[in-house]
Structure formats: C-alpha cells, structure tokens
Design a protein around this ligand. Structure first.
Ligand SMILES: Nc1nc2c(c(=O)[nH]1)N[C@H]1C(S)=C(S)[C@@H](COP(=O)(O)O)O[C@H]1N2
Ligand SMILES: [Mo]
Length: 198
C-alpha cells in the first residue's frame, strides 16, 4: 500500500524482477512450429482428475464472462515487458464449469504443436490468470499464441502456454517440456527460479 502511494502507475521501480531488463517491444519466443488455427477450429479439452471431462468450442469460451487484464510479462531469457493488455476468460470463470476430483493437485497444459508446461493448482487457480484471445484490443496474433493462450503473470512466461488445447488435471506434478529440459518446475521470477537444481 505505502509503496504504491508514492509512485505513478507507470513507475517501473519494484516491478522488474532481478536479472531482467525492460523492453518496449514484444519479442516472440516459440520453440518449434507455430500452429495455424482459426478460432472456430479451437477446442479446449479439460480432462484427467475431473468429475466430467469437457471439450469447449470457441463459442462456448466466448459465452463465458470476458475480462481484461493488464500484467507484466517476464521471460526467463531476461526481458520483461510492463503493462501488457489482454482480454479473455479468467481461469476461475472457466473453472466454474469444472468439478475437480479431490485428488487433483496439478495441471499439465497441452498446446497445439506439442508444447507442454506444468503448474500446481495453487498457481493455476489464481484470480488474475487468463485464457487470452485479445492483445491490445486486437485478436491475439498467431505468433503470440492466437487464437487462445494462457497468461500466468506471477511466473516466468514459459508457463503462459500459447495455442492452448488441453488442461490435464493430475494427482501429482508432472513436468512439461522446458521443465524436463532443465527449467525450474515452478518459475517464480522474483526468486529467480530459472533452472532446476538437479
Ligand atoms: N505453445 C507454446 N507456448 C509457449 C512457448 C512455446 O514455445 N510454445 N514459449 C513460452 C515462452 S519461453 C515464452 S517467453 C512465452 C513467449 O510469449 P510471446 O511469444 O507471446 O512473447 O510463451 C511461452 N509459451
Ligand atoms: Mo521465455
């Protein structure tokens, strides 16, 4: 509270995690191919440790409440971009449609193109997390993950899965693509959780 009292909203102090540099640009970071999907082709599957698996169409997603999010974006390759403006469906609004089994502890995010990344439920079920389809008021560009990507602002951006296709709920943590290849299982930029210790 007091920290913010003396700052203008755009003040950068205290917003750039250790080891990061600000950029005004919005670089594209993709490993592997960039899928090409029309919104009407997108299906979002919700499965695993859920009482009833779901498959949402684009129209289903657009029928859910729509929310705006302004959030800072931190890539583990050491660039950060402040105040990125997204619009989409909050994870918590989507999860109103989903009944998790009590054993559910984690989620593995699956993407068109084969990329995966993992989150614990406590990191996934946060009020700011968004399934984004709009960036600065325009349809989310394909190279930034359009038609649909996840945004998880409090962790490094490799957790913000582009071209999202599935949420697989699990009773234990299962590592995703970068996490298997040496990145940290959680990825908190304020703790510089860049790489796994192992
Ligand atoms: N499907 C998919 N999602 C992904 C990636 C990817 O290669 N494939 N890269 C991640 C990484 S490392 C970062 S930094 C952000 C980059 O998002 P941007 O390309 O919109 O800047 O997307 C993340 N989500
Ligand atoms: Mo990244």
């Amino acid at each position: 509270m007091f920290g913010n009292f003396f700052k203008s909203p755009k003040d950068e102090r205290g917003r750039v995690p250790p080891g990061q540099t600000l950029t005004e640009r919005f670089p594209v970071l993709t490993y592997g191919p960039t899928p090409s999907l029309k919104p009407q082709e997108v299906r979002l599957k919700v499965y695993g440790r859920v009482e009833t698996p779901l498959e949402l169409s684009w129209d289903d997603l657009m029928g859910l409440p729509q929310s705006d999010l302004t959030a800072d974006f931190h890539c583990v390759t050491r660039w950060s971009k402040l105040d990125v403006k997204w619009r989409g469906v909050r994870v918590l609004d989507l999860m109103e449609q989903v009944r998790l089994e009590p054993s559910a502890k984690a989620v593995l995010l699956h993407c068109y193109g084969g990329y995966t990344t993992n989150l614990l439920l406590e990191d996934f079920l946060r009020p700011e997390n968004l399934l984004a389809h709009t960036l600065y008021g325009e349809p989310l560009p394909r190279d930034h993950g359009g038609p649909l990507r996840l945004i998880v602002p409090h962790l490094y951006a490799w957790k913000s899965a582009k071209w999202l296709r599935g949420l697989e709920f699990l009773d234990r943590e299962e590592l995703g693509f970068w996490e298997v290849n040496g990145y940290h299982r959680r990825g908190d930029p304020w703790k510089e959780e860049r790489f796994s210790e192992g």
